[in-house]
Design a protein around this ligand. Structure first.
Ligand code: GDP
Length: 454
């Protein structure tokens, strides 16, 4: 394979209903990487786990496939859930390129399963469904070393029938949401059908099959998304802000384009003005085999996309998870800061020329609020991340429609100058930390206003 055809590592998110096995699956995948003892394998200290391609093909017992793949492996975001999927942004949209939707095969679809699938549909993200807890099917004979399709043949007729019944229930649910799907070993064209892989996050059965399918999806559907240029300035997303002993406040970042070096000036998203600072240290977690000592991390001079890395730098206390990290040149840091601020303020959400104004603390919670308002058919004129500001009040005060002269704030507070301004205006502000209650309060208020004007 020509060197210039190499793609960056695809970024994968695990989604699904609570207790259906997201964390267990991520643990198992991390275990795969760690047990194999490869130098590239990493531990859980960074917010993302890299599973190199050679580990995947060996695990699947098909080492000869290594030359077939042009992606270097898979990078899993360690935070599970659909909140992680929507909160963690790259400039083009969601940070994750691929997803696993996990569903308990014994319970079937639940509200968060459906929500996850709706999000993936909206972002057009390729995904695979993991039908988990297959070890709990009565009579299932487990064999973690074999792919599911082989194990299936060794089950009793009853068990085979039960599994097929359960899978067809999932196929039916997926169909209702607009997806054609099929048990993965019966899929001939992954462009037409979503693969359903029966797995056990407890025993590890089926996990290798999932990794293999994800690689296939990446190569087939994402080639253009996964091209990157190591000569570009590093561009990434903040996963988490963490205090580290001896390092102060650090940020865990997924770098998805370009190169990041020690000493680079970086611009990092925050609730106020973006932070401009200098990289003091770049740290990668040590593989488990190496971390017998206190030192969890090894310092590196540079990293290239896509990778999870910890950045130590001054002034990171106010960094905001889900926002951008970009390397600046000698004279464009302010310009980049302005761009990042605008990106945050104008999250691309379905806003119109009329409706309420909304503010929320993170991109993910803003999206959740937008979704609920849209379900209630309440139009939105403007949506933004951050506390309610003087400018927000001024803008809303200019709205003439009495029902939309409103700001709904989720998990935010009001800045002092906004508080002053509001006393001299007619606008109504709803604030709180439970979405449906905020919406009910707004609806009740509208109803009262209407009654009074009759
Ligand atoms: P999450 O809330 O989606 O992250 O779910 P967890 O990974 O925390 O799993 C919820 C519970 O189900 C835990 O008690 C797990 O041990 C259990 N569990 C997860 N996967 C499996 C599995 O494949 N088989 C069995 N028997 N239990 C599982």
């Amino acid at each position: 394979m020509a060197e210039n055809k190499k793609l960056r590592t695809p970024i994968v998110c695990v989604m699904g209903h609570v207790d259906h096995g997201k964390t267990s699956l991520l643990d198992k995948i991390r275990g795969t990487a760690v047990v194999a003892g490869e130098a590239g394998a990493i531990t859980q200290h960074i917010g993302a786990t890299e599973v190199p391609i050679d580990i995947i093909v060996n695990k699947c017992g098909q080492p000869q496939l290594i030359n077939k793949f042009i992606v270097p492996g898979l990078l899993f975001i360690d935070t599970p859930g659909h909140h992680a999927f929507t909160s963690l942004r790259s400039r083009g949209g969601a940070l994750a390129d691929l997803a696993i939707v996990i569903v308990d095969i014994n319970e079937g679809f639940m509200p968060q399963t459906i929500e996850s699938l709706q999000i993936l549909k909206r972002f057009k993200t390729p995904f695979v469904v993991a039908a988990n807890k297959i070890d709990r099917i009565p009579g299932w004979r487990t064999n973690p070393e074999k792919p599911f399709a082989e194990s299936f043949k060794n089950q009793s007729e009853n068990v085979q029938q039960l599994i097929d019944t359960r899978i067809y229930e999932l196929v039916g649910e997926l169909y209702k949401l607009g997806f054609n799907s099929e048990r993965y070993d019966r899929v001939t064209d992954f462009q037409k059908n979503v693969g359903i892989v029966p797995i056990s996050a407890a025993t590890g059965e089926g996990v290798a099959d999932i990794l293999m399918i994800l690689l296939g999806l990446a190569q087939k559907f994402l080639e253009s998304n996964l091209r990157f240029d190591a000569n570009n300035p590093g561009t990434g997303t903040v996963l988490e802000i963490k205090e580290e002993k001896g390092l102060g406040t650090t940020i865990d970042v997924i770098l998805y384009d370009g190169t990041l070096k020690k000493g680079d000036t970086i611009v990092v998203g925050s609730l106020g003005n973006p932070i401009i600072t200098k990289v003091r240290a770049l740290l990668k977690p040590r593989p488990l085999t190496e971390i017998q000592t206190e030192e969890k991390f090894k310092s590196v001079n540079e990293v290239t996309a896509a990778i999870g890395v910890k950045i130590a730098a001054p002034s990171l206390e106010k960094a905001l998870a889900g926002t951008a990290v970009r390397v600046a040149g000698s004279d464009n840091a302010d310009e980049i800061a302005k761009e990042i601020k605008t990106e945050l303020e104008q999250v691309t959400l379905p806003t119109g020329s009329t409706g309420v104004a909304i503010k929320a603390d993170t991109i993910g919670s803003l999206e959740a609020l937008v979704n609920e308002l849209t379900k209630e058919e309440i139009p939105i004129r403007k949506a933004g991340v951050g506390d309610i500001s003087h400018r927000d009040i001024v803008e809303v005060a200019a709205i003439e429609d009495p029902y939309y002269s409103v700001i709904i704030g989720f998990n935010v507070s009001m800045l002092p100058d906004a508080r002053e301004k509001i006393q001299s205006s007619e606008i109504k502000v709803f604030m709180g930390n439970i979405i449906y209650r905020l919406i009910d309060d707004y609806k009740d208020w509208v109803k009262k206003q209407k009654e009074q004007s009759e």
